[in-house]
Design a protein around this ligand. Structure first.
Ligand SMILES: NC(=O)c1ccc[n+]([C@@H]2O[C@H](COP(=O)([O-])OP(=O)(O)OC[C@H]3O[C@@H](n4cnc5c(N)ncnc54)[C@H](OP(=O)(O)O)[C@@H]3O)[C@@H](O)[C@H]2O)c1
Length: 246
């Protein structure tokens, strides 16, 4: 019997395609998120298409006090939990987040604080099991702060640094931690935004995520050319970078 895969942020554009990657390889799925109606619809579709068990759990990123009960309920499902994929996130327009701290705070809480909360809970379990994987979708936006997106970017940057430390901690237990850094992806998050370039399809991102987990990668840029682009962007000295309109 294949191990269960927990996908949090089950309704996200990228997560839907990741769910298909695992379902077609006969992994039972646990889809978690806050939109139960949409998740039930997705789970029916996956069950019919791939004939794998799919269960749905409610998860609210900012409901920190509920995270350990939520995770315990995932462990109660039949089978063994093989890995967790965090695929949720929140991006607000930079200008409105500058004007209204509540929007900035929500990005920080959803993209960083909540991830620490649920991942610390999951990490304790996988550490005791001495197996499993933790895969998290961060972003290239976290590699360098830019005036057009630095509040969202810093929440993802903090997440990427957290994952470096978690990977270092989990190494001794044989638990694999992978950081996924996509460039622009065609999902609800980017719908209608100006200035997008080299936009990927969620299906292609999902294939890369699956392979990164299978192949034990640590940090993966998706598509791979973003590693090169970000290498150049990170190399520009701050004294010049501060003058750019990015
Ligand atoms: N799209 C891009 O260009 C891009 C680039 C780099 C990284 N990423 C990252 O990739 C991941 C997936 O994003 P996507 O592009 O697939 O976005 P998406 O389709 O807009 O999905 C966002 C997901 O986050 C969930 N979510 C937001 N706030 C939440 C909260 N408070 N509690 C629980 N769930 C919450 C949404 O749930 P509802 O359906 O209930 O709203 C939805 O499932 C995110 O971490 C994102 O930051 C995206």
């Amino acid at each position: 019997m294949k191990k269960n895969i927990l996908i949090i942020g089950g309704t996200s554009g990228i997560a839907r395609s990741i769910a298909n990657q695992y379902a077609k390889r006969n992994h039972p799925l646990i889809l978690a998120g806050r939109d139960s109606v949409e998740m039930e619809r997705l789970s029916s579709d996956i069950r019919i298409r791939y004939r794998v068990p799919v269960c749905v759990k409610i998860y609210h990123a900012e409901a920190y006090d509920e995270h350990s009960v939520f995770f315990a309920s995932c462990l109660e499902e039949p089978g063994v939990l093989g890995g967790i994929i965090l695929a949720y996130g929140y991006m607000e327009d930079q200008q409105s987040a500058q004007a209204d701290f509540r929007k900035a705070k929500q990005m920080i809480e959803v993209n960083y604080t909540s991830c620490v909360s649920i991942l610390e809970t999951a990490a304790r379990y996988f550490e005791q099991q001495r197996s499993g994987f933790i895969a998290v979708i961060s972003s290239v936006a976290g590699d360098r702060g830019r005036q057009s997106n630095y509040i969202y970017g810093s929440s993802k940057g903090a997440l990427s640094v957290y994952l470096q430390g978690l990977r270092n901690r989990m190494y001794a237990s044989g638990v694999h931690v992978v950081t996924i850094k996509p460039g622009f992806v065609d999902t609800k998050m980017t719908y209608g935004l100006n200035g997008l370039f080299l936009v990927s399809k969620p299906q292609d991102v999902a294939k890369r995520v699956y392979l990164a987990i299978q192949n034990g990668k640590e940090v993966v840029y998706v598509p791979g050319f973003w590693a090169f682009i970000m290498g150049i962007i990170k190399a520009v000295p701050e004294q010049f970078f501060k003058r750019f309109k990015l």
